[in-house]
Design a protein. Sequence first.
Length: 316
Amino acid sequence: MNPLLIQKLNLNLWDLKNKKQLEFSENHFNSFVRNKVKLNFKKTKCPCGSKKKPVLVKKVFDLSYYQCICKTIFLNPTISENNLDEIYKNNGIYEKHRRQILYEKKARVLRNLINKRKASQIHNLLKKQNLKILDFGCGDGDFLNHLNKKIKREQLYGFDVNTSLKRQPKKIKIISETNELIDQKFNVVTLWGVLEHVSDPKKLINFVSKIITKNGFLVLEIPSSESLLSKYTFQSKNIPIRWLEPYRHLFFFSLACIKKMFKKKFKIKYIETNGLDLQTIFDNEKSHNELKIINVQNKLNDNLLGDHYRIFLKKL
């Protein structure tokens, strides 16, 4: 069954992330990273493998964003793995930032609906029972908790390097070391908002592809470099922090890049976009035009122009 048949949500940005709290937390996060974390940057390349020189499209703080010929936009030089570990470590600055903006009552309700839809899509994707599923970068485990309502917990696994995040799913195995995954095989691996946070996406994809069974699925959610919000961000003087996420979003992917990265290993089966482009651009909170904005956003998503791709790939 096509996972795209699960009805999309009409999202409201400021129900998901409280505006004042987001601004306060972002300022604190960015200041801490710049002043407290020793940022050793390193030169990087677009994961599509192009040898053509990328073009500088924007500078924010001490960060430079370049665009590849494939239209992927990436931070270059990028943050080293050691410094990313410092940002994402147990009880680190990112964990505190996440707790401040995602666990308010309204945000919890909306995240609950988002993860419920994700779980329904994964459930619809599967034609057989007794399949093993890994949520790589599972965070607090809320998605697994919803999936557990449809699939037995013995079939569910989570992976996250941060072991101090609040996790709800009981008795679902949570792994924190990649060497525990090496000898295992999974029928489905999900990467919800993970690939853009790592300094070497190709390295992660090569690892994940080895633990997925033949005809198994990889599901990605990644920021799109081809969205309306991306064009607004990188072609204007504005800095929509909610989406740009300085020091955290290292890559904004194009479809051409994804196709090249997964060539000969995976085939794209389904794709959609889920965006908050217009609400972010217009800084919409409780506008009289809120319904119109949401309706236009739905049209953007129908044409794959929303700010995040959700891609379902099948292993060959």
